[in-house]
Design a protein around this ligand. Sequence first.
Ligand code: ADP
Ligand code: MG
Length: 242
Amino acid sequence: MGKIRVEGLQKSFGTNQVLKGIDMQVKEGEVVCLIGPSGSGKSTFLRCINQLEEITAGRVIVDDQDLNDSKTDINKARENIGMVFQHFNLFPHFNVLKNIMFAPMELGKMNAEQASATALRLLERVGLADKAEAFPSQLSGGQKQRVAIARALAMNPDVMLFDEPTSALDPEMVGEVLGVMKDLAREGMTMVIVTHEMGFAREVADRVVFMDGGYIIEEGLPEEVFGNPKNERTISFLEKVL
Ligand code: ADP
Ligand code: MG
């Protein structure tokens, strides 16, 4: 049974058809790395999975809930889907602790005491226990992204979506963020990760999916896709990035 089931997904912006019919399933605990050239629709695809974009056709089913069914409480469903963006999107006027406490409190999931305890536990987990009182502007990019991951985890999601979480980081900070993501994968989190970190994808992904032009062109085990790509477009993309 797929934790995430995407069937015939299409997405257009006006006349620009960006996703042209995507079928994909992600099993519970599976880590899928999504790769492909810029403009191929990777971010749009992730945003369709949690309905940040309204889909044009097809179905997205998460935990057996059809997100487009009018009976589905989309806000409730979205609480189970954590998202981490390239540019962190932390609240600049809140300190780190408050950034992490905000959603669970705002959505009535926790009182202040519970939210604070959860935030401190998560900060410990991402190696930032000493930064609870700091403001985002006082943190490095790598620290900000680890706070963003902790913030997403505070809602106790079943699924985590990452959109190029290390692309905006200086190279020396990439490892600390990938390290946190590796821990999450090891603990069994279901994850879909758009990334240009091919070494990470090779090591951590259960499956690699190559997208181009709004289609899934090729997918398979990392050793298959990286070691023996079959499609010409996959081969030409990998030649450029590896
Ligand atoms: P990728 O993440 O693979 O680089 P994107 O999903 O960001 O690709 O973009 C795919 C295409 O969708 C691009 O042509 C982009 O211009 C278009 N697009 C993405 N978001 C929007 C939007 N909000 N409005 C209009 N066009 C968009
Ligand atoms: Mg993108």
